[in-house]
Design a protein around this ligand. Structure first.
Ligand code: GDP
Length: 365
């Protein structure tokens, strides 16, 4: 599965958010640093109204959304790259995730200690980012030294690694994240095997006070400016509201509560969706009377490999796929109407599956 790590300084609202995300009250949110030591992992459904609408039209008995894993990585503090606080352990957990959800404290509350004694989300973001950069700097320097020895002996792999690591080192020395390095098309794929912390995509989550959940506040505006300059994504949420919504059982109660706050949907829904985008993932659907099922694939996946996410037999025996975009399916009112309107296409092995496609695979067993 794909994993997003929730990081941030202590007392910014990570655990509150994580608990709301997984709708469990298990990991308690306490008013002191280091309260959650082992990383917690939660799996959440990716909300998708397209799936719901298709399920209604097809009278599907069951709805199966795609899922994303969230890991609560607590305890990152200034000096972590030197092993301070719970130090390297946390950096190790970050290494294992595919994307970083970085929670920033944008609320004032005299009762809740800020580890650095002031509310400054942009400064906090830099503090955490610096730890990731320092950790990468150390490991890249070490790896370059190793590869240089091998490259002298004519090792081709070592030379290829150096072609990636040397420009990364240059960026890190200038205080820039590995994700800012441009190695042409396929940069992400070239960087991935090196597992650099600062190469992972980042989503900034501004945790504001309840009254500012719909509008944001002066702090989150500063983060917006920074995120824009860094080409990063950001969302504004109130962890306290998310925790309250998570307690409500019925969808009607949830909607009413959100309406009363001027919110269209939960912050969690936005985090989950943006997290999905951040990972370069798209969704296709299989829709039938038994179930309406959403499947996650990487952008650029071709039809047989997309079929393989359902079952390896589907990929091996792939013949073709009857395909219709879910927008057409929904607008026209279901499969037979889509067929009559000529919107159902037959696609072959080279077809690149698009986000929102409804696929009906034909295969040999
Ligand atoms: P973590 O250390 O980043 O995991 O932070 P927690 O989620 O444990 O939150 C630390 C404290 O801040 C807890 O007492 C929370 O109840 C409180 N807290 C979290 N979010 C908010 C918020 O939006 N507003 C206020 N006033 N308190 C919050």
């Amino acid at each position: 599965g794909f994993k997003c790590g929730i990081v941030g300084l202590p007392n910014v609202g990570k655990s509150t958010l994580f608990n709301a995300l997984t709708a469990t009250a298990a990991a308690e949110a306490a008013n002191y640093p280091f309260c959650t030591i082992e990383p917690n992992v939660g799996r959440v459904a990716v909300p998708d109204t397209r799936l719901e609408q298709c399920a209604v039209l097809a009278k599907s008995a069951k709805l199966v959304p795609t899922q994303l894993e969230f890991v609560d990585i607590a305890g990152l503090v200034r000096g972590a790259s030197r092993g301070e606080g719970l130090g390297n352990q946390f950096l190790g957990h970050i290494r294992e995730v595919d994307a970083i959800v970085h929670v920033l404290r944008c609320f004032e509350d005299g009762n809740i200690t800020h580890v650095e004694g002031r509310i400054d989300p942009v400064g906090d973001a830099e503090t955490v980012e610096t730890e990731l950069l320092l950790s990468d700097l150390e490991s890249v320097e070490r790896r370059i030294a190793n590869h240089q020895k091998k490259a002298k002996g004519g090792d081709k792999e070592a030379k290829a690694a150096l072609a990636v690591l040397e420009p990364v080192l240059e960026a890190l020395r200038e205080g820039k994240a590995a994700r800012t390095v441009d190695l042409g098309p396929g940069t992400a794929a070239l960087l991935r095997p090196h597992q650099l912390l600062s190469a992972k995509p980042v989503l900034y989550v501004c945790n504001v006070e309840e009254a500012s959940a719909a509008t944001g506040n002066a702090f989150s505006e500063r983060v917006a400016v920074m995120a824009k300059a860094a080409g990063a994504r950001m969302v504004v949420i109130s962890a306290a509201i998310e925790a309250e919504v998570a307690q409500l059982e019925s969808p009607e109660d949830k909607k009413e509560f959100l309406d009363s706050l001027g919110l269209e949907e939960t912050g969690l829904a936005r985090i989950i969706r943006t997290g999905h985008d951040l990972l370069g993932l798209i969704t296709y659907f299989t829709i039938g009377p038994k179930e309406a099922h959403a499947w996650t694939i990487a952008v650029g996946t071709k039809a047989p490999q997309a079929a393989g996410t359902i079952h390896s037999d589907f990929e091996r025996g792939f013949i073709a796929a009857e395909t219709v975009g879910c927008a057409d399916f929904i607008a026209l009112g279901g499969e037979s109407a889509a067929k009559e309107a000529g919107r159902m296409r037959l696609e072959g092995r080279e077809y690149v599956v698009q986000d929102g496609d409804i696929m009906n695979f034909r295969f040999n067993v």
